[in-house]
Each structure stands twice: as C-alpha cells, then as structure tokens.
Design a protein around this ligand. Structure first.
Ligand code: KG4
Ligand code: ZN
Length: 394
C-alpha cells in the first residue's frame, strides 16, 4: 500500500510517499520519497513560531514540495490529462482560505497524471490550528482531485510511530505490549500507556509548559536563538566536558508528587530568578556561567523525566518503553534513557533516530499504516475532516 502523508502542524512543511506492508508485529516500510522544509530560519527572527506566518509559509511550500516528492517517487508524470472543471471548482472551494495555494497547486498538477497512491494522510492535530489547516485543506484537495481516500492522523500517534522507521527502512526490533510512551516535544510532555496499537491512555502530562517549550523559553532568557533546545544542549555539554564549577541550583518540580504529571514552568522561572538575583545589565552572565545554568537546567529535566518514567514503568509493568518527540534529540536525555537497559534488563527501549524524532511526515505515514491495518474498512468522509489544535490521544 502506498501512502502520501503531509505534516504541517508547526514550523516544518513535510511530505512523504511510503510503501507499507505486513502486519503490525513487523511492518515493513519503503520510503519512495521524503521532503521537508524547515521554517526555523524565518521564525528565528521573532524568537518563536508565529502561527499566521507558519500558515503562509506552508501554503507557499506545499506545491513545490509536492512536485519534489512525486518526482523522487517517479510519480511526476506529465501527460495529456485534464481534470474536470467541476473538480477544480471543488478544489478551489476547499482551498479558499489558503492564500495562493489553489493557483500554485493547479499550475503544478494540471498536466500531471494521477499518482499511484492508495491513501493520503495528514496531521489533523494537535498543533497550531492555522498551520494544521493548510495541510488538512491541501490533503482534502488532493483527495478530491485524484479520487483518493484521505485519513486524518494524530501528530502524537505519529511521534509514537516514529520508532518504526529508520529514515529509509523499518526497524527490526519488536514492540511488546503493554508499552509505555514518554512523549517530549515543543507542545507536549505526556506519559502514555499503550495497551496495543491504537489503544492509548494518558497517564500523566504537563500541567503547564511542555519540556521543549521550557528549553526554548530558558534559552531565550539566556540570549540564545530559537529553537533553544539544541543551543542549551550544546552549552550544557561544554559545561560537562570542561567540568565547569556547579554554581546554579534549580528545583526538580513535582519529582516527589505521587502522580505522573509534570510541571516545567517553575523550572523556567527559577532560571529567571537566578538571573535576576545574581546578574544585572551591567553584570551579565559569562559564557561559562550560562553553560553552568544550561547544564543544571538539563540535569533537572533529566531527573524529573527519569523519575516519572520509572514510576510509570512500575505502575504499568510495561514491556517496552518508547521515548519520542523532538526533545529526545537531546543527547543527555537520550543517554539517560539508554541507561535504563542496565536497570530494567527485560525492557525493550525504543528511541527514534534524530531525524525521526523532530517533526517529519515519515512518522505520519507510519501512524497512517497502523490506522489502516487496525481499521481496514473505515472510510473517512473528506468533508468531515477538520484540523483540531487540541486533539488528544485516545
Ligand atoms: O517534536 P518537535 O519537533 O515539535 C513539536 O511537535 O513540538 O519538538 C520540537 C522541540 C523544540 O522545543 C526544540 O527546542 C526541542 O524539540 N528540541 C530539543 C533538542 N532538539 C530539539 N530540546 C532539547 N535538546 C535538543 N537537542
Ligand atoms: Zn511534534
């Protein structure tokens, strides 16, 4: 089965074409095409992602990326086809809120043969609603133009499914259930009990900032560019290799609470108070002092994530631990969880590669395949598909 998947939930515009086969015990994936455009350089200027700017950028990027991914998959065949006027009218109606997308999509596809694709899927939430809508509308438009079924996908299920694929091929090791997923991204921090594929129960989540958000906000306070996660990580690593003195001390919020929820806004505020109490405009922190703060911040995050995950493992008796989301690209957090192998000898630990960890459309294709295998006969009515910025896993 060939899946074309679209991801536009935040600041990455991504499209993939993946061939998927087999049962969910060991699905196989072949990547026929994969393109991604990161808007980071555009948002960097503003220190964060601006939803309306992201929306405009997605609309601009989708047609050329679509051409590129179809070309990669040898499906961009120019010939004498003509889609009916009624079809284009319908497509225009669907795209009427997405500036310029109809015109560009039409000029890209009007002489291109319908590609050999079985299903189109798109991230419908959670994420930034205006950004999500561009992808959703584009997927619906393609579904109508090509008469192909469209399936909406939960972005967080995509992050979980990211462990199934290694950029180009399926990952061999099995997932045994019940499994526990720790999802750490710019918008979410969740512990999810997975009874099986498609059966999710949120055990705990952040009560305020997501962990990636705390990285980004703390980085901003330290005068580091967006996105702050990788910047903090770089500074923290230097503090460790140079063994800089440990001066900063930050709390481990909710580490002793008896539930599985998180809170990261207090940690961020402690950095703010530390800066206010020990530094001023005329006495700003040195590079080494910033590196010390970054290390302490990262250590606090690691301690909390590890402690809550252990609690959840004990509570659920999970046989597999999946850790996914952009923040797991962080070396320190990654290695802290790899160390669980020593403590939990029976536990299967699955962490995506860095490319699969941050937002991408390959993970959306993997989640699509899971949904199709679980519910082969469910047809989604294109008209009912909507973007939902607050969509929850269930
Ligand atoms: O999953 P993702 O790509 O997008 C969302 O769904 O939110 O995650 C993005 C988040 C950002 O907050 C970014 O700063 C963080 O992941 N991130 C990192 C690292 N690389 C990306 N955080 C810590 N260390 C990193 N190396
Ligand atoms: Zn994400």
């Amino acid at each position: 089965m060939r899946i074309l998947s679209i991801e536009t939930s935040c600041d990455e515009t991504a499209i993939s074409i993946v061939e998927a086969e087999g049962g969910l015990e060991s699905p196989s994936f072949k990547v026929l095409g994969n393109v991604l455009f990161s808007q980071i350089d555009i948002h960097k200027e503003y220190g964060g992602v601006y939803p309306m700017l992201a929306k405009r950028e997605h609309a601009k990027n989708l047609p050329p990326l679509l051409k590129k991914v179809l070309t990669e998959a040898s499906m961009f065949t120019v010939c004498d086809v003509s889609y009916s006027k009624e079809k284009w009218n319908e497509v225009e109606k669907i795209l009427n809120r997405e500036e310029g997308l109809y015109e560009e999509l039409k000029s890209t596809l009007e002489n291109v043969k319908k590609p050999d694709i079985d299903v189109i899927s798109v991230t419908s939430g959670p994420g930034l609603a205006p950004a999500l809508w561009v992808g959703v509308s584009c997927a619906k438009a393609l579904g109508i133009l090509w008469d192909i079924q469209v399936i909406p996908i939960n972005h967080m299920e995509g992050h979980i499914a990211s462990v199934l694929l290694n950029k180009t091929e399926a990952v061999e090791s099995k997932i045994r259930f019940p499994a526990l997923a720790l999802l750490v991204s710019g918008g979410h921090t969740q512990l999810v009990n997975m009874l099986d594929w498609g059966k999710y129960e949120i055990l705990g989540e952040t009560l305020d900032d997501a962990v990636g958000e705390a990285f980004d906000k703390t980085a901003r306070m330290l005068g580091l560019p967006y996105p702050g996660g990788p910047e903090i990580s770089r500074l923290a690593e230097r503090a460790r290799t140079e063994n800089l003195p440990h001066l900063a001390k930050f709390p481990r919020p909710m580490i002793h609470s008896d539930n599985l929820n998180f809170s990261f806004s207090g940690l961020k505020t402690s950095v703010l108070y530390y800066l206010r109490d020990y530094f001023s405009d005329t006495n700003s922190p040195s590079e080494n002092e910033k590196a010390d703060m970054a290390r302490e911040f990262e250590d606090a995050v690691v301690d909390v994530l590890k402690s809550k995950t252990k609690k959840a493992l004990d509570q659920t008796g999970a046989k597999t631990l999946i850790i996914a989301g952009g923040v797991i690209a962080n070396k320190k957090i990654r290695s802290a969880f790899m160390d669980f192998e020593k403590e939990y000898s029976e536990l299967i630990i699955r962490i995506p590669t860095n490319i699969m960890a941050t937002d991408n459309s390959l993970m959306i294709a993997c989640a699509t395949y899971i949904n199709i295998v679980l519910r082969p006969n469910v047809l989604t009515n294109i008209e009912t598909i909507v973007a939902d910025g607050n969509l929850r896993l269930k």
